[in-house]
Design a protein around this ligand. Structure first.
Ligand SMILES: CCCCC/C=C\C/C=C\C/C=C\C/C=C/CCCC(=O)SCCNC(=O)CCNC(=O)[C@H](O)C(C)(C)COP(=O)(O)OP(=O)(O)OC[C@H]1O[C@@H](n2cnc3c(N)ncnc32)[C@H](O)[C@@H]1OP(=O)(O)O
Length: 188
């Protein structure tokens, strides 16, 4: 356990209340955006992460590490591991609470190298909620959820409205996402 984790969450929080319409355990989460570098299937060089809801309000995200993800010979790049963590924690907050969130802060501890041709299993959970602030943490293990610990991380996600994406992003794509999210019952 890292020293920073001892102060986590850093503020007083309420326990998370998963949304009644949140996907149930065993559900494989759909990509939240087909052009997302983390999970999208339309990004040739994306990480193609896959997330599944597990028991006890936990989400398991897998990252199949290939040569395309190397930072040094045969070892995954740390920035991409952080990216995978960002996606995993964001999906956990967004889908268990069924709210649009963005990452405000992300912290990763790298505990063990992740080799090419392994699969990283990131197990994530919501640690607490304080108003718009959602605190999420996760740990990534090699080749199984009980494998060698490789990364640990924590993120602060902030609930935003659709206007955040309309103001800063591409309105046309946002509109298409709104249509998808309506069927997921996310207020977006
Ligand atoms: C197309 C995506 C659609 C997303 C839909 C989401 C969910 C839908 C369902 C499923 C989703 C599935 C997966 C989602 C996965 C996503 C993974 C990727 C996520 C990302 O990769 S997303 C891109 C990177 N991300 C950004 O692009 C954010 C840039 N940023 C900003 O846009 C603003 O910065 C913002 C909005 C964060 C806050 O701005 P703001 O004006 O609304 O609010 P404000 O500043 O007042 O902060 C409110 C309270 O948070 C505290 N606070 C803020 N920042 C802090 C920090 N860094 N450290 C400590 N505390 C902090 C303040 O201190 C205050 O605290 P207090 O209330 O106590 O005063």
């Amino acid at each position: 356990m890292s020293t920073t984790a001892q102060n986590w969450p850093p503020v007083e929080v309420e326990p998370p209340k998963p949304h009644p319409d949140a996907p149930s355990p065993g559900t494989a989460l759909e990509q939240h955006f087909h052009h997302c570098f983390g999970c999208g299937d339309e990004v040739e060089s994306g990480l193609r992460l896959r997330s599944t809801v597990a028991d006890d309000n936990v989400v398991v995200t897998t990252f199949a590490v290939t040569k395309a993800h190397q930072g040094s010979p045969g070892i995954a790049h740390g920035g991409l591991l952080s990216c995978a963590l960002d996606e995993a924690l964001g999906a956990t907050a967004g889908r268990l609470l069924q709210i649009p969130v963005v990452t405000a802060r992300l912290e990763t501890d790298f505990r063990h190298p992740v080799p090419v041709d392994s699969t990283l299993y990131i197990v994530s959970r919501i640690d607490g909620v304080a108003g718009r602030k959602v605190y999420v943490s996760g740990e990534g293990r090699i080749d199984a959820t009980d494998g060698q610990l490789a990364i640990e991380g924590r993120g602060l996600f902030i609930t935003v409205g659709v206007e955040h994406f309309l103001k800063h992003g591409d309105a046309e794509q946002v509109q298409r996402l709104r249509e998808r999210y309506a069927s997921w019952n996310i207020n977006f």
